[in-house]
Design a protein around this ligand. Sequence first.
Ligand SMILES: Cc1ncc(COP(=O)(O)O)c(C=O)c1O
Length: 479
Amino acid sequence: MTAGSTPDRLWDPVLVQRQARQLSELAATILTRQDGAVRAPDCVEMVNRVLRSRFAPEHVGALVQQIGEASLHLSHPRYVAQQVAAPIPLAALVETVVAALNNSLSVWEMSPAGTAIDRDLMRAFKRLFGYPAKADGTTVPGGAFANLTAMLAARASLAPASWKRGGGKIAVLAGSQAHYTVSRAAGIMGLGSNAVFQIPLDELHRTDTRQTPAVFRAARNAGFRKFMLVGTCGSTPTGSCDDLKSLADVARQEGAWLHVDAAHGGGMAYSRRYRFRLKGIESADSITFDPHKMLFMPLTASTVLFRQGRHLRTCLEQHAPYLFSSAPRKLPDIGQSTIACSQRLDALKTWLTWKAYSDDLWDELTTHVCDVAQTAYDYCARSPMLEPLHKPQLNILCFRLRHSTRSAGASDRLHWRIKETLNGSGKAYISSTVLDGRRVFRIVIMNPRTRDTDVIQVMEEIEKIAAGFITKRRSADRG
Ligand SMILES: Cc1ncc(COP(=O)(O)O)c(C=O)c1O
């Protein structure tokens, strides 16, 4: 390689140090800034300018800064929209090092430190959920992969020949609030969407365990004899936590595999105040848990755990002598038990944060975001204009306008327009969902720096916008 060649220029230490300074300073600003717009009102024009721009490698920082300004600002305390966290700065910053190392966890040979760290984190999570020593788990690139992996393991256990022969006539029974990735996994696995049976919800939006006998009967009547039962702890729309103890009893009686999708709520296991919501999780055959949700990790940090570790090793039967070692090793080739072949060292950020701050950090942060959701509930309960639709079980609250006399369609459109107006203003950012057939507002507190005063400000903005729309409608009706 001659001096001045393209690789020499790309890896030029002076240039790389300069780029590193620019990018890490920018990341630090993004992670710590609390002011400005949550989403710039002119973000579309801003990003169009970025797409048209040209820049020199030494000035990459300026361009990336513009991308940051056109992006959604998750570290803003009035970002209360979806289950994507304002990342803990240390966890976000170490991501550059993960990319720089670029060790793939697939095989131990390619990731000697990373494999050990991943294993150490899995040991911690096993203890967290009260799993026995023989339990095992793995990192996956998101809760969708975790649910799929758990369901593959369930199938391997219930219908051992299905990996080779395909199919497997297995019914999946899940509360109607279960995340869509459960039925998607059934589709991917070829179980068929007809094999997914929805269990109605109770008055707390949890899987109604009184209804499970009827749903098992319906599945049997449809010819199914093998079952996976899926519980959820924090459901996506309302953050509701199923009664896992009762679901475990049902699974035992029916001989079903019990999977608990705790992608969202799993982090509550750290909260001394709220961990009771996960009671019974230790009986689950498998658990989905996303540290990129309530442990405030940047995307992606996801895991799937099995009470019997052997299920992790049998659910993906793969032989690849160019990668996996058949000789016994102290540490496994993780690629044999995780879907991705190129598996990032996603465990590092969670492990590092835990090592630096201990379990106490997540006790404090998870408890705080749930407390703030409670404040939002209390505000709504007192508001003449907003009505809470459930008590928050975690950090999610759905609410709507009180006494809307409009037709269902008009009311739905009004809620949507209010949300869009608020989000377009840059002052706050919320989400919405459909609950009991009606469009409603939804907030999810995913930023540990969101305080009671922030969430009250969000509610006041919604009331102000709603009052504006209602006044306009009244004068239009009069005119
Ligand atoms: C309950 C639940 N399960 C699974 C998922 C999917 O997780 P991921 O987005 O990490 O793939 C989500 C996402 O919000 C979820 O809320």
